[in-house]
Design a binder for this molecule. Structure first.
Ligand code: EPU
Length: 417
């Protein structure tokens, strides 16, 4: 079994660079099939989620070229063949092929998506929106058959500002007849990145990044170029590392505005750092104040940084309260951190973390992607050796994480045991 082994308690210094955003690239790739012409995506991260989407494109008949961060997708020969369960289940974002194939072919056959098990994660809002746009939805066990001979615009109010539903609706609406309005749309920066690609392809989308997005359907889309935005969650993960064990440690190639809420919490904690618009440099911090965290949709504190943040809170002098509001089971990291010495009481979506506690390395298990990130941070901080199993979760979302951390002085390796 592959494990990540960390010998902790080293100060890190130097520069660490942020890759393209996982949650953008996983939608940019499906978006590319809305045209027969070539789409080029710069700053594509080489992570397992990207690999799995490339496999789906190839299964559909598309051609892929990938090297040095540039992904070229040629969808001329794509057909709406059924996407089998063994591919759809490999990641959450396989569901973006619903919107994309509906837009281009008006027909999709696909199985339920996979993704981290952090809650029930229904897709009812996606399906409800498609139905409003004239799509018939048939579900046989885990298989969805979506079909329409009249894909049309609609007024859609999302009960929850869902990232996935907002993007899926934009994908289907770009080539639908007439106008679609999404109210209570998600405002995450990834939404704007996808809308930019679609607009570069000839779509007419306005309001992305606000709670009301308007899409005027067009007849055809063409080839285009886009750059994946920097991953704000990877940046945030590195920032926690910087806050804890950084000494002249710079996180670069990021957009600091995308992590405003984290920056404000780090300030409240007394973390010492200086910043520019695209980098944050951490100086040594010896004492941290406790802070309360409540995860929210963007621009609130991101749920994806809640787990890494828990590690930082174990080092604050006093008690911090933590509330997760998006996913009901995003707590797999807590028992592992407790094993390492953290003082955490948790119940469902709430936790109380008291510090500072000394963390000690041991064998721990990543239960999902961001739990894995939290354990890497904890391992880097802890004394002794930490071995993390289930690292497939981590490699799904963090490009070259081991190499990047070694370059700034971490003693970290992938081992086979
Ligand atoms: N929801 C519904 N019905 C729906 C859609 C969503 O009830 O039809 C609920 C979900 O159950 C969940 C909440 O709404 O409780 C948020 O769901 P959303 O659709 O916003 O999230 P997602 O598209 O499933 C994406 C990211 C997540 C990230 C969230 C929130 C991708 C592939 N995943 O998930 O990323 O946490 O947005 O920002 O883009 C991660 O990177 O670790 C990760 C889990």
């Amino acid at each position: 079994m592959k494990k990540i082994k960390i010998v902790g308690n080293n100060k890190l210094s130097g520069e660490i660079s942020v890759s393209g955003a996982k949650n953008s690239i996983v939608a940019l790739i499906p978006a590319a099939i809305l045209t027969k012409e070539t789409v080029k995506i710069y700053n594509t991260p080489n992570i397992t989620d990207t690999e799995n989407l490339r496999a789906i494109i190839e299964l559909l008949g598309g051609k892929i070229e990938f090297g040095e961060g540039l992904l070229k997708i040629d969808s001329k020969k794509i057909k709406p063949v059924a996407i089998p369960e063994e591919l759809s289940i490999k990641l959450r974002a396989s569901y973006y092929f619903m919107g994309a194939l509906l837009g281009r072919f008006h027909h999709v056959e696909i199985y339920s998506p996979g993704g981290c098990k952090i809650g029930s994660r229904p897709i009812n809002l996606h399906l409800k929106a498609f139905k409003k746009m004239g799509v018939t939805v048939l579900k046989e066990k885990n298989k969805f058959i979506l079909d329409t001979d009249d894909l049309h615009g609609a007024n859609i109010y999302l009960d929850i500002a869902s990232v996935g539903a907002t993007i899926n609706i934009m994908l289907a609406a770009a080539l639908a007849n007439g106008m679609t309005v999404i109210e209570n749309a998600a405002k995450e920066p990834e939404i704007t990145n996808i809308a930019s690609l679609l607009n570069n392809m000839g779509a007419r989308i306005s309001g992305a990044g606000t709670e009301k997005i308007t899409i005027i359907g067009v007849k055809k889309l063409h080839g285009a170029v886009i750059e994946t935005i920097p991953d704000r969650i990877e940046a945030g993960t590195f920032m926690m590392i910087g806050a804890l064990i950084g000494n002249e440690f710079t996180v670069k190639n990021m957009i600091t505005q995308h992590v405003d809420t984290l920056i404000s919490k780090l300030r409240d904690m007394g973390v010492k750092f200086t910043m520019t618009s695209d980098s944050v440099t951490f100086h040594e911090t010896r004492e941290y104040n406790p802070v309360d965290i409540k995860t929210l949709t963007y621009p609130g504190f991101p749920t994806d940084l809640g787990q890494p943040m828990a590690v930082l809170l174990t080092q604050a002098r006093g008690t911090s309260k933590f509330i997760e509001t998006i996913y009901e089971s995003r707590s797999g990291h807590f028992p592992e951190l407790i094993k390492m010495g953290a003082d955490i009481e948790f119940d469902k979506m709430k936790a109380t973390i008291t510090g500072p506690t000394r963390l000690v390395g041991c064998e721990v298990e990543a239960t999902d992607l961001r739990a894995g990130a939290a354990l890497i941070i904890a391992g880097l901080l802890a004394s002794g050796i930490t071995k993390i199993s289930n690292i497939e979760y981590i490699l799904r979302g963090y490009e070259d994480i081991v190499l990047k951390l070694r370059d700034v002085g971490a003693d970290i390796d992938i081992i086979e045991e």
